[in-house]
Design a protein around this ligand. Structure first.
Ligand code: BG6
Length: 511
């Protein structure tokens, strides 16, 4: 692997949640694996009045709390923490950026960085414009061989709707070139999401089946058992469609549905996924009610514990009509997928946390064993499990040993946990490292973000303009409104009921 060039990572919002929960643990783990450049430092920026030392102490404390599975080695930790610096400024005040610039130069000299900077915006989106323009006012966006490269990383949500996303792209592009802008979609950084590409394009046997001739429908699920927790203030203005569908779920669809890129590089891969987004058949206002089901969790009891309804959560309006669940059916109008329905769903307060892709293959054209007692309906399923129990499972029918010809469904499965020395790094590790390497393959490009907003825009509009568009309540801890099942036209079809363990499914599994 090539190692990144020397660089300085400037984190705006350094006293916030993302920094302590994701960015610092990811950076520490990269450091532990010696994947960071030798000349590297982090400059934390926010209003909180830390010194370098108090920031280091705080990050050390947070690391211990949020390291999760990452191994904390005492000496490595001591070395890592010395890479952290801090500067307090009022990010909203353009005049404070002169101070930032001089601090940058100081750290740059001390660590011999040579002007390669990554500006990471871990702040609320309302700050993006003022940060970008204030950096530019100080000339901190300029790059050249002599003064080093400059990159800017923007967290989600990227815009609130199509118009605001276009505006945000324009604002950023006034100061930074597209190849300097890295839009995070942390799902793209997940090891198992990347493996979808390897699975499709490094194996010869699946690709011939990956089209309308063999695939009956595709199902993508990304659900969580947690509710909105302490994020009610943000979530109540967002909802599941904006929070999960417009970005994470559609990006996954892009990878499943794309044609083979000519190469694995940022332009080739993203040139293919944009074609998928542009081929999504628009859902017209009158189709929204038939193709999209939205829901909101209501109070219930989950395994003996009372669970609050969404409207009772902190910072949520008591009469909120924000959806915490979305299920939808849509089509991709191109030669590969013409006529194949895609079903996607996401929700909070579901029975378990699971993200998976299910390719449902067409049934055999003729069922010769139909006169025998058999529970198997002859539709093979390929399940790509993104999380948890990451792996791949193929369901197929086999003859139950013994008399007669009963066909039973069995599993053939691969679990990452079976690999010796398994290590699935957090998405942020991969994404931070890729940005340092200047590889934007796993970052969303401006046109893709806009195309995805363009697809969800009529749904948002229909919900807003037509209050009759129902929002169904579902008890917390269940699979969402029963109406989601009506998206399937065939009465034999339904959503899969995945369990925590990849090999189990159905209503009676351990959740
Ligand atoms: C975030 C959403 O982008 O993704 C959250 O804002 C959601 O609402 C989270 O909980 C899910 O991410 P993961 O990696 O836990 O599946």
């Amino acid at each position: 692997m090539t190692s990144p060039e020397r660089c300085l990572l400037i984190i705006f919002g350094a006293s916030g949640d993302l920094t302590k929960r994701k960015l610092i643990p990811a950076l520490y783990d990269l450091f532990r694996q010696q994947l960071l450049p030798r000349n590297f430092a982090v400059l934390g920026i926010s209003r909180t009045n830390y010194s370098d030392q108090t920031f280091r102490d705080q990050m050390m404390k947070d690391l211990k709390e949020f390291a999760g599975k990452i191994t904390l080695e005492k000496e490595t930790l001591q070395e890592f923490i010395k890479l952290l610096y801090y500067q307090s400024i009022d990010t909203k005040a353009p005049e404070d950026y002169a101070l930032l610039k001089s601090r940058l130069q100081e750290v740059d000299v001390e660590r011999q960085i040579s002007g390669n900077y990554i500006f990471y915006l871990a702040t609320p989106p309302s700050m993006y414009e003022v940060i970008a323009s204030s950096l530019a006012a100080q000339g901190l966006h300029k790059q050249s061989k002599n003064i080093g490269w400059k990159r800017i990383v923007v967290e989600k949500p990227f815009g609130y709707d199509l118009e605001s996303a276009i505006q945000l792209n324009k604002k950023l592009q006034r100061f930074f070139n597209e190849d300097q802008i890295y839009r995070i979609d942390h799902y793209l950084g997940k090891e198992t999401v990347q493996n979808t590409l390897a699975f499709r394009f490094a194996n010869g046997i699946f690709e011939p089946l990956w089209n309308r001739n063999y695939v009956h429908h595709v199902e993508v699920t990304a659900v969580e058992h947690i509710g909105v927790e302490n994020r009610g203030g943000y979530y109540d203005h967002s909802g599941a469609l904006r929070d999960m569908v417009q970005n994470h779920l559609l990006q996954i669809v892009g990878l499943i549905a794309m044609e083979s890129p000519s190469l694995y590089d940022a332009d080739s891969v993203r040139n293919e996924t944009i074609k998928v987004f542009e081929s999504l058949r628009p859902i017209g206002p009158e189709e929204v009610a038939q193709q999209v089901v939205r829901g909101q969790y209501v109070a219930s009891t989950i395994r003996g514990q009372k669970a609050a309804g969404y409207r009772e959560e902190p910072n949520v309006a008591p009469d909120s009509r924000t959806e915490t669940f979305v299920a939808m059916k849509f089509f991709i109008d191109n030669w590969r997928w013409g006529g194949v329905p895609f079903f996607i769903r996401t929700g909070k307060r579901m029975p378990t946390r699971v993200t998976e892709i299910v390719i449902h293959f067409k049934k055999t054209p003729h069922r010769i064993f139909r006169s025998q007692y058999t529970s198997y309906s002859a539709g093979n399923q390929l399940i790509i499990r993104i999380q948890p129990d990451e792996g791949i499972l193929l369901k197929f029918g086999m003859k139950k040993p013994g008399a007669g010809f009963e066909i039973r469904e069995v599993n053939m499965d691969f679990h990452y946990s079976d690999l010796s020395d398994v290590y699935l790094p957090d998405a942020y590790e991969r994404l931070l490292l890729d940005c340092m390497l200047g590889d934007a393959t796993l970052y969303a490009r401006a046109d893709a973000v806009e195309a995805c907003w363009n697809f969800v825009a009529p749904i948002l509009r229909a919900w807003k303009e037509n209050p009759d568009n129902k929002i169904y309540g579902y008890p917390a801890g269940t699979w969402g409104p029963v109406e989601a099942r009506n998206l399937f036209t065939d009465p034999d079809e339904d959503w899969r009921q995945p369990c925590k363990n990849l090999s189990d499914d159905g209503i009676y599994c351990e959740l």
